[in-house]
Design a protein around this ligand. Structure first.
Ligand SMILES: NC(=O)c1ccc[n+]([C@@H]2O[C@H](COP(=O)([O-])OP(=O)(O)OC[C@H]3O[C@@H](n4cnc5c(N)ncnc54)[C@H](OP(=O)(O)O)[C@@H]3O)[C@@H](O)[C@H]2O)c1
Length: 309
């Protein structure tokens, strides 16, 4: 156990900073459960499918391409028998809709969706369909996927969106709707923060819409983990992260714990609209808890989606 894990201890859930994905699903029988996870070829996504498939879940494992998804599935214990590889490029609505169509055609009824895929702090402004790419990939792409599968969910399905404590880097007004293109001043971390704030606001509005339905929606902060997510950072920062990681960061198995916990653990049954960190309910920023902003983001995202191919 790292020093940080020892110092942080465990919370009311019985789990904490140092808990791993395998630990939080230990003893659970997930056979018969279908769990869709995005971004499974790397980092936390791969650790997530490894832990879930290890407990018998049928994992619908997405990656940008079917080839990447296949390799992720093949790398699991039991190989691709434990998981169904699916292509889902989140900056391409056609790819997302093809993924939704495939899930429907196969008759899969997800018991949980873990929206895990993401990109962070792109150094230069990049766009998809005129929208800043982190906002589009991390938020709009997942919005299309989740809303496209609402009818397909099982009765007690759990939606888990992987956000970040970096949601606090979003602009002061939260989501600057007049600059979704990113062209009116682009900052890598502010744009990342805005996309991760959008993840929490999406959860808040989903939870409101889910009330009384048996479905739940929650957001998580996984911790800080040295994964491929850091690829957009400068070589010096990447080197620094590599050196610091064993002392101060979580490893990927610990990073995947909170999303696995929220997606499967019986203690989370019926809990909705919350933000989890270290496998326990935590407090996100004030603006991320603004229901009016969450409702406005939903409306604006629906409008954006209606204009896409
Ligand atoms: N690592 C951290 O410290 C940290 C902290 C807070 C929050 N998070 C969040 O945790 C989640 C997982 O991150 P990670 O650390 O595991 O990073 P990672 O190793 O880079 O994994 C990210 C995954 O997302 C996929 N992805 C990226 N863009 C995509 C797109 N357009 N369409 C489909 N898939 C796409 C990547 O695919 P490719 O490999 O093909 O690019 C990869 O599978 C992210 O949402 C991130 O924001 C991470």
């Amino acid at each position: 156990m790292s020093i940080v894990a020892a110092l942080r201890g465990r919370g009311p859930s019985g789990f904490g900073y140092g808990s791993t994905a395998e630990e939080v699903v230990q003893g659970l029988d997930l056979s018969g459960r279908t769990i869709l996870v995005t971004g499974t070829n790397s980092g936390l996504g791969f650790e997530t499918i490894r832990a879930l498939a290890g407990r018998g879940a049928k994992v619908l494992a997405t990656a940008r391409t079917e080839e990447k998804a296949r390799s992720a599935c093949a790398a699991l214990n039991g190989g691709s028998a434990a998981a169904v590889p699916l292509a889902c490029e989140l900056s391409d609505p056609t790819s997302i809709r093809a993924c939704i169509a495939k899930i429907k055609a196969e008759g899969f009824r997800p018991d949980a969706i873990i929206c895990n895929a993401g990109i962070m702090a792109l150094p230069e402004l990049r766009q998809a369909f005129g929208y800043e790419l982190q906002f589009f990939t991390n938020h709009v792409g997942h919005f299309i996927l989740v809303t496209g599968l609402l009818e397909q969910l099982s009765d007690r399905a759990r939606l888990v969106i992987v956000s970040s404590s970096a949601h606090i880097f979003a602009p002061r007004e939260g989501v600057d709707f007049s600059n979704l293109s990113g062209e009116r001043g682009y900052s890598p971390w502010v744009a990342y923060g805005r996309s991760k704030l959008a993840n929490i606001l999406f959860v808040k509005e989903l939870a409101r819409r889910f009330a009384g339905s048996g479905h739940t929606a929650n957001a998580v902060h996984p911790g800080v983990i040295n994964t491929n997510l850091m690829r957009s950072m400068s070589p010096v920062m990447r080197m620094g992260a590599k050196i610091i990681a064993p002392l101060a960061f979580k490893n990927a198995a610990q990073g995947a714990a909170t999303q696995c916990y929220v997606a499967t653990n019986p203690r989370v049954e019926g809990v909705s609209g919350e933000y989890f960190s270290n496998c326990n309910i935590a407090r996100s920023s004030k603006i991320s808890r603004d229901p009016a902003l969450a409702a406005r983001l939903w409306r604006e995202t629906e409008r954006i989606v209606s204009t896409l191919p």
